[in-house]
Design a protein around this ligand. Structure first.
Ligand code: 5GP
Length: 108
């Protein structure tokens, strides 16, 4: 499904796009700012992306930081849920960029 968002075939509230990544607002936000950053190429999770295409994994992290800056987040969290037991529901690598409220540690 995120492949279709990356290809522009499914609408999304896109906040940034580069040659290798797309950043868009989560449809079910868990924080005042909740943006997903995805690679345009398909890999099932972040570690798989980093192992196969480290340059694009770096692009993803750079874009997460750009999103946080544009959203004027002083503090924020970047989350990569990996595996269904950790809450991953979409098996196309994505970073959650979340901020705008206090963050608990450790997370649930
Ligand atoms: P995960 O649970 O895999 O870590 O994160 C998947 C995220 O994608 C969830 O936060 C969910 O709300 C979001 N999501 C699922 N489907 C869509 C969609 O079609 N559009 C957008 N913008 N977000 C989606």
């Amino acid at each position: 499904m995120f492949c279709k968002i990356a290809a522009g075939q499914i609408p999304a509230d896109v906040v940034r796009e580069t040659g290798t990544t797309v950043a868009f607002r989560d449809i079910n936000p868990q924080a005042p700012t909740h943006v997903l950053v995805i690679p345009k190429v398909h890999h099932p999770d972040a570690a798989s992306l980093a192992a196969a295409e480290p340059g694009i994994a770096a692009d993803l992290l750079r874009e997460a930081g750009q999103v946080a800056g544009e959203e004027k987040l002083e503090s924020y969290r970047i989350v990569f849920n990996t595996g269904s037991g950790a809450g991953q529901t979409v098996f196309h690598a994505h970073a959650h960029v979340m901020g705008g409220r206090g963050m608990q540690w450790p997370p649930g």
